[in-house]
Structure formats: structure tokens, C-alpha cells
Design a protein around this ligand. Structure first.
Ligand code: NDP
Length: 243
């Protein structure tokens, strides 16, 4: 039996201010977890923490800023007793044709989606290893299938997949590693696309999206609820009509 088994578990969710991250925070809180909500938009996570109540704290943190993650980890240790679960969810999807004009988009995606997740993990790893932890990495169908306009986004998600398999081997059995690979989910993800034509085209498909973030959150909560001798390492899930 692990040191913390039978006690209330604490989940840290990056990118908890909207979409899948906010829904995951709600689902895990409803399942009895204490939750630490990390994101840059403090007003959003403050409102969510207030909605959830005493077992939720909001921490402004940017996954591209290691110091802010170190400070967040200290608060999680002091106020919630340490993280049992880290959900690496923060991400941006700046799609568009490959071109030099978008090199800042490429840097931002690599620094947020891939390096941000790696940094959050190395910062929280000591807490996760203390008593049996879980790491949930948000990848994507784009981590399995690259397309002409998603090259660098896909590269970050393919990177997430390879890194997660390495971590799975390195951290077993104390930390379970799970990769979640959704298709189109109805969130604000496409609104940040800088290429106008691409944003409009992608937004149209998101406007028609029927899969809601709560449905992804439900899967994450299910994965985490398995007995500790079992781990669901990978979940690939698409809208039933996604090609
Ligand atoms: P949202 O845009 O709704 O959420 C993204 C979250 O990431 C926000 O909470 C945002 O918060 C946070 N974020 C972005 N940059 C940073 C940063 N530098 N530091 C901290 N937080 C950051 O989109 P989704 O919910 O859809 O996306 C969540 C994850 O799911 C992403 O990794 C995405 O790639 C993945 N995904 C989404 C799919 C979809 O179709 N929606 C499909 C497959 C995967 P803030 O701006 O406040 O910092």
C-alpha cells in the first residue's frame, strides 16, 4: 500500500482556465480530488476555484516559465500536501501553411506543448514519486497523423508521444503514465490561430464539433480511477464522423 493510498488525492492541471483542462478539473474535483488549477489567465482560474470550493486552489503559472512552475509546486506542497496527479494539458494549436512568417508560432508551440509539459513534469516529479502518482499527457490525433497544415503542432504531439513512452518505462511502477489523444473537441483552441484563412477554416469544423471537453474529462477521470496495478497507457478518441 502506498503512503497516500486511502487519502484524498491532489491533481494539478495545467491549462485549467478553459476547455479540456477546466472540464478535467471539474471532473476530478467531483471524483473527490483536491485540485490545483494552473494557467496564465488568473481571473478564469480564480472563478473556477471559487466555484469548486475549499479543495481547489488557483495558481497563475506559465508553463514556458520554469520559475512560475517551481513556485506553483511549492504552493501545491504547502497547501495541498503535494501532487499525486499531473495533467499536462496546456497547449496551443497555431496551424497554417509552413512559412518563415510563422516562426514565432512554431517556437511558441514547441515551448508550450512539448517543453512546457517536460518542464512541469520534471518540476513536479518528486511529488508524483512520493507515494504513487499519475502523469496524464494531452497529445492528439495529430500525434498519430500529420497533415499539410499542422506540421509543427503535429511535431509537438508526436514528441509528446515518444517522450511519454520513454517516461512510462523510466517511471514504472511508481508513476503511471497515460497519453490522451483526442480528435476535434469543442473548445477555444482554434481561436488563437494567427493565419486568418486557416483560422476561419478550422473554426468552421470546430463550430460543428459535437464532442465536448466534459467527455474527454470523463475519460481522464476513468483512467485515473483504475486500481494501481493497472494502467491505461494510451487513449485515442475521435468524433465518430472524423476522417
Ligand atoms: P483551450 O484553448 O480551451 O485550452 C488551452 C489551455 O492551455 C488554456 O487553459 C490556456 O490557459 C492554457 N495555456 C496555453 N498556453 C499556456 C502557457 N504558456 N502556460 C500555461 N497555460 C497555457 O484548448 P483545449 O482545451 O482544446 O486544449 C487543451 C489540450 O488539449 C491542448 O494540449 C490541446 O493541444 C489538446 N487537444 C485539443 C483538441 C481539441 O480539438 N480541442 C484535440 C486534441 C488535443 P491560459 O491562456 O489562461 O494560460
Amino acid at each position: 500500500m502506498s503512503a497516500r493510498e486511502g487519502t484524498v488525492r491532489t491533481a494539478v492541471i495545467t491549462g485549467a482556465s478553459s476547455g479540456i483542462g477546466a472540464a478535467t478539473a471539474r471532473a476530478l474535483h467531483a471524483a473527490g480530488y483536491r485540485v490545483a488549477l494552473l494557467a496564465r489567465r488568473g481571473d478564469r482560474i480564480d472563478a473556477l476555484a471559487a466555484e469548486l470550493g475549499d479543495d481547489a486552489i488557483a495558481i497563475v503559472a506559465d508553463v514556458t516559465d520554469r520559475d512560475s512552475l517551481v513556485a506553483a509546486a511549492q504552493r501545491v506542497q504547502d497547501e495541498l500536501g503535494g501532487a499525486d496527479v499531473l495533467v499536462n494539458n496546456a497547449g496551443i494549436m497555431l496551424l497554417g501553411p509552413f512559412a518563415s512568417e510563422r516562426r514565432e508560432d512554431y517556437r511558441a508551440m514547441v515551448e508550450t506543448n512539448l517543453l512546457g509539459a517536460i518542464t512541469a513534469t520534471e518540476v513536479f516529479l518528486g511529488q508524483l514519486e512520493d507515494g504513487g502518482g499519475d502523469l496524464v499527457n494531452l497529445s492528439s490525433v495529430a500525434g498519430r497523423t500529420a497533415r499539410a497544415t499542422n506540421g509543427v503542432y503535429a511535431a509537438t504531439k508526436w514528441g509528446m508521444n515518444g517522450w511519454s513512452e520513454s517516461l512510462r518505462q523510466a517511471l514504472l511502477p511508481d508513476v503511471r503514465v497515460t497519453l490522451i489523444e483526442p480528435g476535434v473537441v469543442d473548445t477555444e483552441l482554434p481561436t488563437h490561430i494567427t493565419d486568418d484563412a486557416t483560422r476561419q477554416a478550422v473554426q468552421e469544423s470546430y463550430d460543428a464539433a459535437r464532442v465536448k471537453p466534459e467527455e474527454i474529462a470523463e475519460v481522464i477521470a476513468f483512467v485515473l480511477s483504475r486500481p494501481r496495478h493497472l494502467v491505461i497507457n494510451e487513449v485515442l478518441l475521435r468524433p465518430a464522423d472524423q476522417a
